[in-house]
Write a protein that binds this ligand. Structure first.
Ligand SMILES: NC(=O)c1ccc[n+]([C@@H]2O[C@H](COP(=O)([O-])OP(=O)(O)OC[C@H]3O[C@@H](n4cnc5c(N)ncnc54)[C@H](OP(=O)(O)O)[C@@H]3O)[C@@H](O)[C@H]2O)c1
Length: 326
């Protein structure tokens, strides 16, 4: 079968290699999937860069390294303890284990769910990691119908799903930060206000928010704090600099964070999303109920995986980039 792999010493370019299919006995908790589609996340691009630069220790068994975290496909075998899906089911998954850019893949059964009936395989794969992250943001920020929320990066993979879940599923009042070229698109996702970051500075917004999701990483906690209500949540998806982390850590108090010179304490959260089948099931139900739409800007064939990676690396994707495997 074909699988996309990064070869040590070959720089950040990914090869499509002939490799052996998953073999050997199935673990009791494993699901084997014939992959029909996958997607590219900025996290994949970051890992490729860091692996190529030798940032991570590489156990020799992982070299060359298989890549990709999202998939949609058909179950071809299940372990003896698996009861949530069966052979022949159409499923989707996001997994911490890399290797989904391949024709076959095995994942843990708790990271698999039946895919949305109303989506294609490419759209389902595009939903998996970005949607799970957006769903986790709602839990971390305790988003509800009484929440006012600012989403920075509202046209991206996570952002376009987060604004729809917050506004259409949970009933929150959402202000979306995007560029002018994506303003009309984002307005159509159910948001109350759109702010063009190319002409406005979010620090000057007159409103204060209960929750700010920063899916871009360009804003400092200090400037976000000016537009965050006391006790509000600042959720950052992109790692903040060591200096910012030290500032925050040195001023922490109890469960919240107090920044020097600021009156109001607020909660600062950054996380690495862990794949959960329960989130995938919720996302599928919201999509099939017509509450959440998945935007796929472009779908590449697996043979064009490097072009798909380069596309995401440019940082201008509206929605997601998907990969068609069969
Ligand atoms: N911690 C976790 O568990 C986790 C999980 C998933 C993702 N992430 C991280 O979260 C980040 C976002 O992921 P993603 O998939 O949503 O990224 P993405 O789809 O690549 O984001 C691209 C979008 O960002 C917009 N954008 C760029 N600069 C902006 C700015 N200054 N203000 C507002 N919007 C801006 C672009 O719109 P324009 O072209 O209009 O500017 C584009 O639509 C990535 O760094 C990713 O690694 C973290």
């Amino acid at each position: 079968m074909k699988a996309a792999r990064l070869h040590p010493g070959a720089g950040p370019s990914v090869n499509l290699d002939d490799v052996s299919s998953p073999h050997g006995p199935m673990l009791p908790t494993t699901v084997q999937i014939e992959v029909h589609a996958s997607s590219v996340n900025p996290h994949d691009c970051g890992m490729i860069r860091q692996l190529a630069e030798g940032v991570y220790e590489k156990p020799s068994r992982l070299v060359p390294i298989r890549l990709g975290h999202d998939l949609s496909g058909i179950v071809t075998a299940v372990g003896s303890a698996v009861s949530n899906v069966a052979v022949g089911d159409e499923v989707y998954s996001t997994t911490a284990k890399m290797g989904a850019w391949a024709e076959e893949f095995r994942v843990h059964h708790l990271q698999v769910a039946r895919r949305p009936r109303t989506l294609s395989h490419a759209e389902s794969a595009a939903l998996a990691m970005a949607g799970s992250t957006a769903r986790h943001v709602m839990r971390v920020g305790k988003v509800s119908a009484t929440t006012s929320m600012l989403v920075i990066g509202a046209s991206g993979g996570v952002g376009h799903l987060a604004v729809q879940i917050a506004s259409k599923v949970l009933g929150a009042r959402v202000t979306a930060v995007t560029s002018g070229r994506n303003a009309d698109y984002v307005r159509g996702l159910g948001v109350a206000e759109v702010v063009d970051y190319t002409t406005h500075n979010i620090r000057d917004l007159p409103e204060q928010f209960d929750v700010i999701l920063d899916a871009v990483g360009g804003e400092s906690p200090e400037s976000c704090a000016k537009i965050l209500k006391p006790g509000g949540y600042l959720i950052g998806l992109v790692g903040h600099s060591e200096e910012v982390k030290r500032t925050i850590a040195s001023t922490s108090r109890d469960l919240g964070w107090r920044l020097r010179g600021l009156e109001a304490p607020f909660h600062f959260r950054t996380f690495l999303n862990l794949p959960r089948g329960s989130y995938l099931r919720e996302l599928a139900s919201w999509v099939d109920a017509g509450l959440v739409e998945v935007e796929v800007e472009k779908t590449y064939d697996l043979a064009e995986i490097q072009d798909a990676i380069d596309h995401v690396e440019r940082g201008r994707t509206r929605g997601k980039v998907a990969v068609s495997v069969r």
